[in-house]
Design a protein around this ligand. Structure first.
Ligand code: NAD
Length: 508
């Protein structure tokens, strides 16, 4: 992100009142409809990963501030849950238009803090916007069920109702899309929402909160706190919070799932991944290699659905040199510091364990950004399943390549891996594709589609080690997560059918 862009986004944040300016902007909390400066003495630096400069400071909210935020959620729930569903829908109809109108501004705030390119940042906002659009069809999604005449004069019907105060804990890699998976779905169902964005990329969420307020969300319906472990523990423990949505690493997600569940909360936890692309020798070579390179290295591999592992099957094993050549041609323009150290050490672990680095991006230099944290496209060949570079999520621009004799071997390999977020098969044979989609134990499968993230009318259905919980994010499952069912059984008898004596046996 160039310095001019950084200056522009600082001005935007201050202009909207979501940051104030001292040495560097300080990000505010959003409590009861006001953007307020935290009284904390503990602050975290937010870096521009391309320059390593500190561009803002984010507070670790104090206990009093976090309690105040939840109290506002509880109070607002009383009126918001009783607000007509059509009025709630109207807020989100206005909201989707505001996001559309400001997509470029939101994207800039992402590029400056997260490091992805502007075009990719617009995609980040756009995929979140689609969830907001989907939330606008809540009226049909929240319909209950009815069964008339279950016995004489008796009917049963269900209401789908909000659960109460919900909370979201977001990761750094999609500063717009993932918060937008959370609070719009939760709020349109009638819940109020406490959000903790990633402390590494808070600004985009603050702009999104301002736009939601401008769209007419009443004060206190969305509150935002910042922080790290303390804030997370607070969310897991506070008795008023009924449901937690988490997206991030396995380390944090498993912990939050366990702590939140122990406290009686619903938790949906979307976690890490190791997504395999299986390349069959009958695949369209040109198309497959381009898709593989794009899906492995786009957004510096920092997408939970990035294709980070390729399995070349049979004759497709000979395509490796061409895969390396195409990857070499990519231009490097993003990175971030803690990620760089982790990525480089996992590449080295591959070398130490006997793998072969066919393309090495560790020492890449980007002119004008000598202090940036860049890693170029890297391909590791001769990888075997027990190597650390295969067993651990790298979450960087690194493609790990394994080989398989045939489709059965490839399926076994994928199913033995503990993660189940996404996978893709590249083939021109329908029967091969059908066998793969049927037998592979992964929640989201692409056939000649490298990153098969479902649109919001479906749900994000990562499985096995990539997910904990029962109900997935967005779509029908998202609505289920943010609602509970009340079942009413009612009897209206005509006068002359009045019971003459008490019925003491179980009705059958
Ligand atoms: P992260 O787990 O470090 O952070 C996510 C959130 O959890 C942040 O708000 C952070 O403050 C908090 N957190 C971090 N460590 C914690 C801990 N030890 N205890 C309690 N809370 C903690 O994740 P990240 O680095 O921001 O994001 C990258 C990860 O997210 C990758 O593993 C990626 O695969 C995953 N991801 C998954 C999906 C999905 O839908 N499955 C989508 C995006 C990202």
């Amino acid at each position: 992100a160039p310095a001019s862009l950084e200056f522009k986004i600082k001005s935007t944040l201050i202009h909207h009142g979501v940051c104030s300016f001292k040495d560097s902007p300080t990000v505010k909390l959003f409590i009861d409809g006001k953007f307020v400066e935290s009284k904390t003495s503990e602050w975290l630096d937010v870096h521009n990963p391309a320059t390593n400069e500190v561009i803002a400071r984010v507070p670790k909210a104090t206990q009093e501030e976090m309690v105040a935020a939840v109290d506002c959620c509880s109070k607002a729930f009383q009126t918001w849950s009783e607000t007509s569903i059509l009025a709630r829908q109207q807020v989100f109809l206005r909201y989707q238009q505001l996001i559309k109108d400001n997509i470029k501004e939101l994207a800039k705030s992402i590029t400056v803090e997260q490091g992805k390119t502007l075009a990719d940042a617009e995609g980040d906002v756009f995929r979140g916007l689609q969830v907001v659009e989907h939330a606008c069809s809540v009226t049909s999604l929240m319909l209950g069920e009815t069964l008339p005449s279950i016995t004489k004069d008796m009917d049963t019907y269900t209401y789908r109702l909000p659960v109460g105060v919900c909370a979201g804990i977001a990761p750094f890699n999609f500063p717009a899309m993932i918060p937008l998976w959370m609070f719009p779905m939760g709020m349109v169902c009638g819940n109020t929402y406490l959000l903790k964005p990633s402390e590494r990329v808070p600004s985009c969420t603050m702009l999104l909160a301002k736009m939601l307020q401008d769209a007419g969300a009443p004060d206190g319906t969305l509150n935002i706190i910042h922080g790290q472990h303390n804030a997370v523990n607070f969310i897991c423990d506070h008795p008023a919070i009924r449901a937690i949505s988490f997206v991030g690493s396995n380390q944090a997600g498993e912990y939050i799932y366990e702590r939140g569940s122990k406290n009686g909360k619903r938790v949906q936890s979307n976690m890490g991944a190791k997504n395999h692309g299986v390349v069959m020798p009958d695949a369209n070579k040109e198309n497959t290699l381009n898709q593989l390179v794009g899906a492995a290295f786009g957004a510096a591999g920092q997408r939970c659905m990035a294709l980070s592992t390729a399995i070349l099957v049979g004759e497709a094993r000979s395509w490796l040199p061409e895969l390396v050549e195409r990857s070499k041609a990519l231009r490097v323009n993003a990175g971030d510091q803690p990620a760089k150290a982790r990525v480089c050490s996992l590449i080295q672990s591959g070398v130490d364990e006997g793998a072969q680095v066919l393309l090495d991006g560790r020492n890449v230099k980007v002119k004008g950004y000598e202090n940036g944290n860049f890693v170029g496209p890297t391909i590791i060949g001769n990888v075997t399943p027990e190597m650390k570079c295969y067993t651990e999520e790298i979450f960087g621009p690194v493609l790990v390549v394994l080989e398989a004799e045939n489709l059965d071997d490839a399926i076994n390999l994928v199913n033995r891996n503990p993660y189940g977020n996404g996978t893709a098969i590249f083939t021109t044979n329908g029967a091969t594709a059908r066998k793969y989609t049927h037998e592979v134990d992964v929640g989201q499968v692409g056939v000649n589609v490298p990153i098969p993230v479902p649109l919001p009318m479906f749900s994000f259905t990562g499985s096995r080690g990539s997910f904990r919980g029962d109900m997935n994010f967005y779509g029908k499952q998202g609505i289920q997560f943010y609602t509970q069912i009340k079942t009413v059984t009612s009897q209206w008898k005509a006068e002359d059918a009045t019971l003459k004596s008490p019925a003491v046996t179980m009705p059958t």
